[in-house]
Design a protein around this ligand. Structure first.
Ligand code: HEM
Length: 463
Protein backbone atom coordinates (compact mmCIF):
# COMPACT_ATOMS: atom_id res chain seq x y z
CA UNK A 1 0.00 0.00 0.00
CA UNK A 2 1.06 3.62 -0.48
CA UNK A 3 0.74 4.40 3.19
CA UNK A 4 -3.04 4.42 3.06
CA UNK A 5 -4.12 1.42 5.06
CA UNK A 6 -7.87 1.78 4.83
CA UNK A 7 -9.57 0.76 1.58
CA UNK A 8 -9.88 3.71 -0.78
CA UNK A 9 -13.08 5.45 -1.75
CA UNK A 10 -14.44 3.94 -4.96
CA UNK A 11 -16.29 6.53 -7.04
CA UNK A 12 -19.12 5.40 -9.34
CA UNK A 13 -18.64 3.55 -12.61
CA UNK A 14 -21.13 1.76 -14.87
CA UNK A 15 -21.81 -1.98 -14.46
CA UNK A 16 -19.53 -4.26 -16.47
CA UNK A 17 -20.65 -7.29 -18.43
CA UNK A 18 -19.46 -10.66 -17.14
CA UNK A 19 -19.66 -12.14 -20.66
CA UNK A 20 -18.42 -9.87 -23.47
CA UNK A 21 -21.40 -8.58 -25.51
CA UNK A 22 -21.52 -8.87 -29.31
CA UNK A 23 -20.02 -6.12 -31.47
CA UNK A 24 -23.48 -5.17 -32.67
CA UNK A 25 -24.73 -4.77 -29.12
CA UNK A 26 -21.66 -2.72 -28.19
CA UNK A 27 -22.15 -0.37 -31.15
CA UNK A 28 -25.80 0.09 -30.16
CA UNK A 29 -24.90 0.74 -26.50
CA UNK A 30 -22.10 3.12 -27.47
CA UNK A 31 -24.62 5.48 -29.01
CA UNK A 32 -25.90 6.13 -25.47
CA UNK A 33 -22.56 6.13 -23.63
CA UNK A 34 -19.21 4.72 -24.63
CA UNK A 35 -18.57 3.67 -21.03
CA UNK A 36 -21.42 1.17 -20.89
CA UNK A 37 -20.12 -1.37 -23.40
CA UNK A 38 -17.24 -3.08 -21.57
CA UNK A 39 -16.87 -6.48 -19.95
CA UNK A 40 -14.63 -7.13 -16.93
CA UNK A 41 -12.12 -8.97 -19.14
CA UNK A 42 -11.71 -5.93 -21.46
CA UNK A 43 -9.91 -4.00 -18.70
CA UNK A 44 -6.96 -6.40 -18.52
CA UNK A 45 -6.81 -7.49 -22.16
CA UNK A 46 -3.62 -6.35 -23.98
CA UNK A 47 -5.01 -6.05 -27.49
CA UNK A 48 -8.18 -7.08 -29.28
CA UNK A 49 -9.54 -6.42 -32.73
CA UNK A 50 -12.84 -6.77 -34.53
CA UNK A 51 -13.91 -6.31 -38.11
CA UNK A 52 -16.66 -3.75 -38.53
CA UNK A 53 -17.79 -4.32 -42.12
CA UNK A 54 -14.60 -3.65 -44.08
CA UNK A 55 -12.55 -2.02 -41.35
CA UNK A 56 -10.29 -3.56 -38.68
CA UNK A 57 -10.81 -1.85 -35.34
CA UNK A 58 -8.12 -2.63 -32.74
CA UNK A 59 -8.28 -1.88 -29.01
CA UNK A 60 -4.83 -1.40 -27.52
CA UNK A 61 -4.55 -1.65 -23.76
CA UNK A 62 -0.95 -2.34 -22.66
CA UNK A 63 1.88 0.22 -22.21
CA UNK A 64 4.34 -1.41 -24.66
CA UNK A 65 1.61 -1.48 -27.35
CA UNK A 66 0.43 2.06 -26.55
CA UNK A 67 4.04 3.12 -27.17
CA UNK A 68 3.98 1.36 -30.53
CA UNK A 69 0.82 3.25 -31.52
CA UNK A 70 1.61 6.79 -30.36
CA UNK A 71 5.40 6.93 -30.37
CA UNK A 72 7.12 4.31 -32.54
CA UNK A 73 4.58 4.37 -35.39
CA UNK A 74 3.60 8.03 -35.17
CA UNK A 75 4.23 8.62 -38.92
CA UNK A 76 1.70 5.93 -39.83
CA UNK A 77 -0.73 6.50 -36.97
CA UNK A 78 -0.87 10.28 -36.59
CA UNK A 79 -4.22 10.65 -38.34
CA UNK A 80 -7.31 11.18 -36.19
CA UNK A 81 -10.19 8.80 -36.73
CA UNK A 82 -12.66 9.60 -39.52
CA UNK A 83 -15.38 10.10 -36.86
CA UNK A 84 -13.32 12.77 -35.13
CA UNK A 85 -12.40 14.50 -38.37
CA UNK A 86 -15.95 14.49 -39.71
CA UNK A 87 -17.32 15.71 -36.41
CA UNK A 88 -14.93 18.63 -36.11
CA UNK A 89 -13.78 19.67 -39.56
CA UNK A 90 -16.65 22.09 -40.16
CA UNK A 91 -15.71 23.91 -36.99
CA UNK A 92 -11.93 23.65 -36.93
CA UNK A 93 -11.10 23.44 -40.66
CA UNK A 94 -7.50 22.24 -40.92
CA UNK A 95 -6.72 23.27 -37.32
CA UNK A 96 -4.03 21.47 -35.31
CA UNK A 97 -6.45 19.17 -33.51
CA UNK A 98 -7.80 17.50 -36.66
CA UNK A 99 -4.97 17.87 -39.18
CA UNK A 100 -2.07 15.49 -39.80
CA UNK A 101 1.15 15.09 -41.82
CA UNK A 102 2.71 18.33 -43.14
CA UNK A 103 -0.14 20.63 -42.09
CA UNK A 104 -0.12 19.25 -38.55
CA UNK A 105 3.70 19.45 -38.25
CA UNK A 106 3.74 23.08 -39.43
CA UNK A 107 0.88 24.10 -37.10
CA UNK A 108 2.25 22.21 -34.11
CA UNK A 109 5.49 24.23 -34.46
CA UNK A 110 3.53 27.45 -34.35
CA UNK A 111 0.74 26.72 -31.86
CA UNK A 112 2.47 24.55 -29.22
CA UNK A 113 4.97 27.25 -28.11
CA UNK A 114 2.11 29.76 -27.69
CA UNK A 115 0.44 27.66 -24.98
CA UNK A 116 3.56 25.83 -23.79
CA UNK A 117 4.30 25.33 -20.09
CA UNK A 118 6.92 28.08 -20.14
CA UNK A 119 4.16 30.57 -21.03
CA UNK A 120 1.78 29.47 -18.28
CA UNK A 121 3.12 32.07 -15.80
CA UNK A 122 1.89 34.73 -18.28
CA UNK A 123 -1.61 33.21 -18.20
CA UNK A 124 -1.70 32.56 -14.44
CA UNK A 125 -2.96 36.05 -13.44
CA UNK A 126 -5.99 35.57 -15.72
CA UNK A 127 -6.61 32.11 -14.25
CA UNK A 128 -6.44 33.40 -10.66
CA UNK A 129 -8.63 36.40 -11.45
CA UNK A 130 -11.41 34.26 -12.96
CA UNK A 131 -11.21 31.69 -10.14
CA UNK A 132 -11.46 34.46 -7.55
CA UNK A 133 -14.48 35.90 -9.38
CA UNK A 134 -16.09 32.46 -9.09
CA UNK A 135 -15.21 32.25 -5.39
CA UNK A 136 -16.62 35.74 -4.74
CA UNK A 137 -19.84 34.86 -6.52
CA UNK A 138 -20.17 31.74 -4.36
CA UNK A 139 -19.54 33.83 -1.25
CA UNK A 140 -22.26 36.26 -2.30
CA UNK A 141 -24.72 33.39 -2.81
CA UNK A 142 -24.17 32.41 0.81
CA UNK A 143 -24.02 29.33 2.99
CA UNK A 144 -26.33 26.49 1.92
CA UNK A 145 -27.03 27.86 -1.57
CA UNK A 146 -27.38 25.27 -4.34
CA UNK A 147 -25.13 25.45 -7.39
CA UNK A 148 -24.77 23.35 -10.51
CA UNK A 149 -21.05 22.64 -10.14
CA UNK A 150 -20.76 21.48 -13.77
CA UNK A 151 -22.14 24.81 -15.01
CA UNK A 152 -19.92 26.74 -12.58
CA UNK A 153 -16.77 25.00 -13.78
CA UNK A 154 -17.82 25.33 -17.41
CA UNK A 155 -18.15 29.08 -16.82
CA UNK A 156 -14.79 29.22 -15.03
CA UNK A 157 -12.77 27.35 -17.65
CA UNK A 158 -14.42 29.05 -20.63
CA UNK A 159 -13.70 32.48 -19.12
CA UNK A 160 -10.08 31.50 -18.46
CA UNK A 161 -9.49 30.23 -21.99
CA UNK A 162 -11.37 33.11 -23.63
CA UNK A 163 -9.43 35.73 -21.69
CA UNK A 164 -6.16 33.85 -22.34
CA UNK A 165 -6.90 33.84 -26.07
CA UNK A 166 -8.45 37.27 -26.54
CA UNK A 167 -7.37 39.26 -23.50
CA UNK A 168 -9.26 40.45 -20.47
CA UNK A 169 -11.73 42.85 -22.09
CA UNK A 170 -12.65 41.06 -25.30
CA UNK A 171 -12.44 37.63 -23.68
CA UNK A 172 -14.90 38.63 -21.00
CA UNK A 173 -17.22 40.35 -23.47
CA UNK A 174 -17.50 37.42 -25.86
CA UNK A 175 -17.03 34.30 -23.68
CA UNK A 176 -20.77 33.67 -23.28
CA UNK A 177 -21.47 33.95 -27.00
CA UNK A 178 -18.62 31.59 -27.92
CA UNK A 179 -19.65 29.00 -25.32
CA UNK A 180 -23.22 29.00 -26.60
CA UNK A 181 -21.99 28.54 -30.16
CA UNK A 182 -19.74 25.59 -29.27
CA UNK A 183 -22.40 23.94 -27.12
CA UNK A 184 -24.93 24.22 -29.94
CA UNK A 185 -22.44 22.75 -32.43
CA UNK A 186 -21.70 19.83 -30.14
CA UNK A 187 -25.36 19.10 -29.63
CA UNK A 188 -25.88 18.88 -33.36
CA UNK A 189 -23.07 16.55 -34.33
CA UNK A 190 -23.31 12.86 -33.74
CA UNK A 191 -20.18 11.56 -32.07
CA UNK A 192 -20.53 8.04 -33.30
CA UNK A 193 -20.43 8.56 -37.03
CA UNK A 194 -21.38 5.01 -37.96
CA UNK A 195 -20.76 5.56 -41.65
CA UNK A 196 -17.08 6.19 -40.98
CA UNK A 197 -16.74 3.41 -38.46
CA UNK A 198 -18.17 0.95 -40.91
CA UNK A 199 -15.57 1.82 -43.44
CA UNK A 200 -17.60 3.75 -46.00
CA UNK A 201 -15.28 5.78 -48.20
CA UNK A 202 -14.41 9.38 -47.34
CA UNK A 203 -16.40 10.81 -50.27
CA UNK A 204 -19.60 9.03 -49.20
CA UNK A 205 -22.15 11.77 -48.48
CA UNK A 206 -22.97 12.17 -44.81
CA UNK A 207 -26.08 13.77 -43.53
CA UNK A 208 -24.96 16.50 -41.21
CA UNK A 209 -28.08 18.60 -41.13
CA UNK A 210 -28.46 22.27 -41.85
CA UNK A 211 -28.04 23.19 -38.18
CA UNK A 212 -24.44 22.01 -37.95
CA UNK A 213 -23.36 24.24 -40.83
CA UNK A 214 -25.30 27.11 -39.37
CA UNK A 215 -23.79 26.83 -35.91
CA UNK A 216 -20.24 26.44 -37.33
CA UNK A 217 -20.82 29.59 -39.40
CA UNK A 218 -22.07 31.41 -36.33
CA UNK A 219 -18.92 30.58 -34.37
CA UNK A 220 -16.69 31.63 -37.28
CA UNK A 221 -18.52 34.96 -37.51
CA UNK A 222 -18.09 35.68 -33.80
CA UNK A 223 -14.40 34.75 -33.91
CA UNK A 224 -13.86 37.05 -36.92
CA UNK A 225 -15.60 39.90 -35.14
CA UNK A 226 -13.37 39.45 -32.09
CA UNK A 227 -10.18 39.23 -34.18
CA UNK A 228 -11.18 42.44 -36.04
CA UNK A 229 -11.76 44.27 -32.79
CA UNK A 230 -8.55 42.87 -31.36
CA UNK A 231 -6.50 44.13 -34.30
CA UNK A 232 -8.06 47.56 -33.98
CA UNK A 233 -7.55 47.86 -30.21
CA UNK A 234 -4.29 45.95 -29.74
CA UNK A 235 -1.65 47.23 -27.30
CA UNK A 236 2.09 46.54 -27.82
CA UNK A 237 2.73 44.56 -24.60
CA UNK A 238 -0.07 42.08 -25.29
CA UNK A 239 0.61 38.47 -24.17
CA UNK A 240 -2.60 36.89 -25.44
CA UNK A 241 -2.82 33.83 -27.68
CA UNK A 242 -4.38 35.85 -30.49
CA UNK A 243 -1.52 38.39 -30.44
CA UNK A 244 0.96 35.50 -30.71
CA UNK A 245 -1.00 33.99 -33.62
CA UNK A 246 -1.11 37.36 -35.42
CA UNK A 247 2.64 37.76 -34.93
CA UNK A 248 3.50 34.17 -35.91
CA UNK A 249 5.26 33.51 -39.20
CA UNK A 250 5.28 30.27 -41.16
CA UNK A 251 8.45 28.60 -42.46
CA UNK A 252 8.47 30.89 -45.49
CA UNK A 253 8.28 33.91 -43.18
CA UNK A 254 4.68 34.74 -44.12
CA UNK A 255 1.99 35.66 -41.57
CA UNK A 256 -0.83 33.19 -40.96
CA UNK A 257 -4.02 33.74 -42.94
CA UNK A 258 -7.16 34.90 -41.16
CA UNK A 259 -8.67 31.45 -41.67
CA UNK A 260 -5.69 29.72 -40.03
CA UNK A 261 -5.74 32.13 -37.10
CA UNK A 262 -9.46 31.58 -36.64
CA UNK A 263 -9.09 27.78 -36.88
CA UNK A 264 -6.30 27.65 -34.32
CA UNK A 265 -8.14 29.97 -31.93
CA UNK A 266 -11.14 27.64 -32.20
CA UNK A 267 -8.88 24.60 -31.57
CA UNK A 268 -7.44 26.11 -28.40
CA UNK A 269 -10.87 27.12 -27.15
CA UNK A 270 -12.42 23.74 -27.87
CA UNK A 271 -9.47 21.69 -26.57
CA UNK A 272 -8.96 23.76 -23.47
CA UNK A 273 -12.34 24.40 -21.96
CA UNK A 274 -14.60 21.38 -21.56
CA UNK A 275 -11.73 19.05 -20.65
CA UNK A 276 -10.63 21.18 -17.70
CA UNK A 277 -14.26 21.80 -16.69
CA UNK A 278 -14.96 18.05 -16.54
CA UNK A 279 -11.81 17.44 -14.54
CA UNK A 280 -12.87 20.05 -11.97
CA UNK A 281 -16.43 18.71 -11.75
CA UNK A 282 -15.15 15.20 -11.05
CA UNK A 283 -12.57 16.38 -8.53
CA UNK A 284 -15.12 18.51 -6.64
CA UNK A 285 -17.58 15.62 -6.62
CA UNK A 286 -14.98 13.09 -5.40
CA UNK A 287 -13.83 15.43 -2.64
CA UNK A 288 -17.45 15.69 -1.51
CA UNK A 289 -17.58 11.90 -1.11
CA UNK A 290 -14.11 11.09 0.20
CA UNK A 291 -13.46 12.80 3.56
CA UNK A 292 -9.95 11.32 3.85
CA UNK A 293 -8.67 12.89 0.62
CA UNK A 294 -10.58 16.09 1.30
CA UNK A 295 -8.95 16.51 4.73
CA UNK A 296 -5.48 15.87 3.30
CA UNK A 297 -6.07 18.47 0.60
CA UNK A 298 -7.35 20.98 3.15
CA UNK A 299 -4.35 20.31 5.44
CA UNK A 300 -1.97 20.97 2.58
CA UNK A 301 -3.75 24.20 1.64
CA UNK A 302 -3.81 25.39 5.25
CA UNK A 303 -0.10 24.66 5.59
CA UNK A 304 1.08 26.13 2.28
CA UNK A 305 -1.38 28.93 1.53
CA UNK A 306 -3.16 29.58 4.83
CA UNK A 307 -5.40 32.65 4.65
CA UNK A 308 -3.46 34.60 2.08
CA UNK A 309 -4.25 34.83 -1.64
CA UNK A 310 -3.10 31.87 -3.77
CA UNK A 311 -0.36 32.66 -6.29
CA UNK A 312 1.09 30.81 -9.26
CA UNK A 313 4.23 30.01 -7.20
CA UNK A 314 2.05 27.91 -4.87
CA UNK A 315 1.37 25.40 -7.66
CA UNK A 316 4.85 23.87 -7.26
CA UNK A 317 4.30 23.51 -3.51
CA UNK A 318 0.97 21.68 -3.57
CA UNK A 319 1.94 18.07 -4.38
CA UNK A 320 -1.15 16.52 -2.79
CA UNK A 321 -3.49 18.87 -4.68
CA UNK A 322 -1.63 17.95 -7.87
CA UNK A 323 -1.98 14.25 -7.00
CA UNK A 324 -5.76 14.73 -6.55
CA UNK A 325 -5.84 16.21 -10.05
CA UNK A 326 -3.75 13.36 -11.50
CA UNK A 327 -5.83 10.68 -9.80
CA UNK A 328 -9.08 12.30 -10.95
CA UNK A 329 -7.72 12.29 -14.52
CA UNK A 330 -6.84 8.61 -14.16
CA UNK A 331 -10.33 7.57 -13.06
CA UNK A 332 -12.24 10.04 -15.23
CA UNK A 333 -10.08 10.98 -18.23
CA UNK A 334 -12.04 13.81 -19.90
CA UNK A 335 -11.02 12.40 -23.30
CA UNK A 336 -11.58 8.70 -22.64
CA UNK A 337 -10.99 7.46 -26.19
CA UNK A 338 -7.96 8.23 -28.31
CA UNK A 339 -8.46 7.01 -31.85
CA UNK A 340 -6.15 6.91 -34.86
CA UNK A 341 -6.50 5.76 -38.45
CA UNK A 342 -3.58 3.93 -40.11
CA UNK A 343 -2.38 5.79 -43.22
CA UNK A 344 -0.37 2.73 -44.26
CA UNK A 345 0.09 -0.89 -43.32
CA UNK A 346 1.34 -1.12 -39.74
CA UNK A 347 2.48 -3.84 -37.33
CA UNK A 348 1.19 -3.48 -33.79
CA UNK A 349 1.80 -6.27 -31.32
CA UNK A 350 1.47 -9.65 -32.98
CA UNK A 351 -0.29 -8.56 -36.14
CA UNK A 352 0.08 -6.53 -39.34
CA UNK A 353 -2.94 -4.27 -39.84
CA UNK A 354 -3.93 -2.95 -43.27
CA UNK A 355 -4.12 0.73 -44.20
CA UNK A 356 -7.40 2.23 -42.96
CA UNK A 357 -7.47 0.21 -39.73
CA UNK A 358 -8.63 2.07 -36.66
CA UNK A 359 -6.69 1.99 -33.40
CA UNK A 360 -8.38 2.86 -30.15
CA UNK A 361 -6.52 3.51 -26.94
CA UNK A 362 -9.32 3.68 -24.42
CA UNK A 363 -7.99 5.56 -21.40
CA UNK A 364 -11.08 4.42 -19.52
CA UNK A 365 -9.79 0.82 -19.83
CA UNK A 366 -6.04 1.45 -19.62
CA UNK A 367 -6.33 3.61 -16.50
CA UNK A 368 -8.42 0.94 -14.75
CA UNK A 369 -6.39 -2.03 -15.98
CA UNK A 370 -5.90 -4.08 -12.78
CA UNK A 371 -2.58 -5.49 -14.01
CA UNK A 372 -1.18 -1.93 -14.09
CA UNK A 373 -2.94 -0.21 -11.20
CA UNK A 374 -3.47 -1.72 -7.74
CA UNK A 375 -6.98 -0.87 -6.48
CA UNK A 376 -7.69 0.19 -10.04
CA UNK A 377 -11.18 1.62 -9.35
CA UNK A 378 -10.23 3.23 -6.04
CA UNK A 379 -9.35 6.91 -5.54
CA UNK A 380 -5.81 6.97 -4.16
CA UNK A 381 -3.97 10.23 -4.95
CA UNK A 382 -0.93 8.90 -3.03
CA UNK A 383 -0.06 6.68 -5.97
CA UNK A 384 1.20 9.86 -7.67
CA UNK A 385 3.55 10.71 -4.75
CA UNK A 386 6.89 9.10 -3.83
CA UNK A 387 6.11 6.61 -1.03
CA UNK A 388 9.12 7.63 1.09
CA UNK A 389 8.76 11.38 0.48
CA UNK A 390 5.19 12.55 0.03
CA UNK A 391 6.32 16.03 -0.94
CA UNK A 392 7.67 14.62 -4.21
CA UNK A 393 5.63 13.80 -7.29
CA UNK A 394 6.01 10.28 -8.67
CA UNK A 395 5.73 10.29 -12.44
CA UNK A 396 3.55 7.49 -13.84
CA UNK A 397 4.52 5.37 -16.85
CA UNK A 398 3.70 7.67 -19.76
CA UNK A 399 2.30 4.79 -21.80
CA UNK A 400 0.03 3.53 -19.00
CA UNK A 401 -1.35 6.96 -18.08
CA UNK A 402 -2.62 8.95 -21.06
CA UNK A 403 -5.17 11.61 -19.99
CA UNK A 404 -3.27 14.04 -22.24
CA UNK A 405 -2.39 11.37 -24.87
CA UNK A 406 1.33 10.67 -25.37
CA UNK A 407 3.97 10.88 -28.10
CA UNK A 408 4.35 13.76 -30.58
CA UNK A 409 0.60 14.60 -30.48
CA UNK A 410 0.48 14.93 -26.70
CA UNK A 411 -1.85 17.69 -25.48
CA UNK A 412 -0.18 21.03 -26.18
CA UNK A 413 -1.98 22.64 -23.21
CA UNK A 414 -1.17 20.03 -20.56
CA UNK A 415 0.73 22.30 -18.18
CA UNK A 416 -1.89 25.05 -18.70
CA UNK A 417 -4.76 22.69 -17.83
CA UNK A 418 -3.01 21.17 -14.82
CA UNK A 419 -2.03 24.56 -13.39
CA UNK A 420 -5.54 25.91 -13.89
CA UNK A 421 -7.09 22.91 -12.11
CA UNK A 422 -4.64 23.05 -9.18
CA UNK A 423 -5.22 26.79 -8.75
CA UNK A 424 -9.00 26.36 -8.92
CA UNK A 425 -9.02 23.60 -6.29
CA UNK A 426 -6.67 25.61 -4.07
CA UNK A 427 -8.66 28.86 -4.20
CA UNK A 428 -12.10 27.26 -3.89
CA UNK A 429 -11.24 24.64 -1.25
CA UNK A 430 -9.56 27.34 0.83
CA UNK A 431 -13.03 28.78 1.54
CA UNK A 432 -15.54 26.06 0.62
CA UNK A 433 -16.10 22.41 1.48
CA UNK A 434 -17.71 20.40 -1.34
CA UNK A 435 -21.08 18.86 -0.51
CA UNK A 436 -23.28 16.94 -2.93
CA UNK A 437 -26.97 17.82 -2.88
CA UNK A 438 -28.63 14.99 -0.90
CA UNK A 439 -30.37 12.44 -3.09
CA UNK A 440 -28.21 13.14 -6.16
CA UNK A 441 -27.13 10.07 -8.13
CA UNK A 442 -23.93 10.66 -10.08
CA UNK A 443 -23.21 8.42 -13.03
CA UNK A 444 -20.37 8.87 -15.51
CA UNK A 445 -21.58 9.60 -18.99
CA UNK A 446 -19.58 9.84 -22.19
CA UNK A 447 -20.54 11.38 -25.48
CA UNK A 448 -17.74 13.63 -26.72
CA UNK A 449 -16.12 13.90 -23.30
CA UNK A 450 -16.57 12.10 -19.98
CA UNK A 451 -18.90 14.01 -17.67
CA UNK A 452 -20.76 13.41 -14.40
CA UNK A 453 -24.15 13.63 -16.17
CA UNK A 454 -25.77 16.84 -17.41
CA UNK A 455 -25.65 18.69 -14.11
CA UNK A 456 -23.98 18.31 -10.74
CA UNK A 457 -26.08 19.83 -7.95
CA UNK A 458 -23.90 20.79 -5.00
CA UNK A 459 -24.47 22.76 -1.83
CA UNK A 460 -22.18 25.64 -0.84
CA UNK A 461 -20.66 25.10 2.60
CA UNK A 462 -18.11 27.51 3.97
CA UNK A 463 -15.11 25.95 5.73
C1 HEM B 1 -7.38 18.75 -18.08
C2 HEM B 1 -7.36 19.36 -19.21
C3 HEM B 1 -7.03 18.76 -20.54
C4 HEM B 1 -7.07 17.44 -20.95
C5 HEM B 1 -7.48 16.23 -20.15
C6 HEM B 1 -6.64 17.43 -22.33
C7 HEM B 1 -6.52 16.28 -23.10
C8 HEM B 1 -6.08 16.27 -24.40
C9 HEM B 1 -5.93 15.07 -25.19
C10 HEM B 1 -6.25 13.65 -24.72
C11 HEM B 1 -5.46 15.44 -26.41
C12 HEM B 1 -5.15 14.50 -27.58
C13 HEM B 1 -6.42 14.08 -28.27
C14 HEM B 1 -6.17 12.99 -29.30
O1 HEM B 1 -5.04 12.57 -29.49
O2 HEM B 1 -7.16 12.58 -29.92
C15 HEM B 1 -5.32 16.87 -26.40
C16 HEM B 1 -4.88 17.61 -27.48
C17 HEM B 1 -4.75 18.98 -27.46
N1 HEM B 1 -4.98 19.81 -26.39
FE1 HEM B 1 -5.54 19.25 -24.52
N2 HEM B 1 -6.34 18.70 -22.73
C18 HEM B 1 -6.56 19.54 -21.66
C19 HEM B 1 -6.39 20.90 -21.64
C20 HEM B 1 -5.96 21.66 -22.69
C21 HEM B 1 -5.79 23.09 -22.66
C22 HEM B 1 -6.05 23.97 -21.42
C23 HEM B 1 -5.39 23.48 -23.90
C24 HEM B 1 -5.06 24.85 -24.41
C25 HEM B 1 -4.68 25.85 -23.67
C26 HEM B 1 -5.28 22.27 -24.72
C27 HEM B 1 -4.88 22.24 -26.03
C28 HEM B 1 -4.76 21.09 -26.80
C29 HEM B 1 -4.34 21.10 -28.19
C30 HEM B 1 -3.99 22.31 -29.02
C31 HEM B 1 -4.35 19.76 -28.61
C32 HEM B 1 -4.00 19.22 -30.00
C33 HEM B 1 -2.57 18.77 -30.04
C34 HEM B 1 -2.15 18.11 -31.36
O3 HEM B 1 -2.95 17.45 -32.01
O4 HEM B 1 -0.97 18.26 -31.73
N3 HEM B 1 -5.64 21.20 -23.95
N4 HEM B 1 -5.69 17.34 -25.16
Amino acid sequence: MDGTDSPPYVPPYPDRFETPPSTLKRVALARRSFLDIWSTADFSQRIAWVKVLTRDVAFVNAPDLVKQVFQDNHPLLQRKSPQMRHALELLLGDGLFVSDSEVWAARRKIVAPIIHGSRVPDFAPVMIQVIEECRDRWEAMGEGAEIDASAEFAWLTSEVICRAIFGQTLGEAYAGEIVLGFAEYQRRIDQLDLASLMGLPEWFPRFRGFGVHKSARRIRTVLDRIIDRFEAERTPDDTTVIAALLDARDEAGAPLSREVIRNEAAVIFMAGYETTANLLSWAWFILSQDPVSRRRLEDELDRVVGDRATTYDDVANLPYTRAVVSETLRLYPPVPILAREAIGEVKIGPRVFPKGSLFMVVAWLLHRNPTLWPDADGFRPERFLEPDDRSRIKKPNKYAYVPFATGPRICAGMVFGEAEAILALAVLAQRFRPELKPGTQVKPHCRLTLRPGDSLPMILRKR
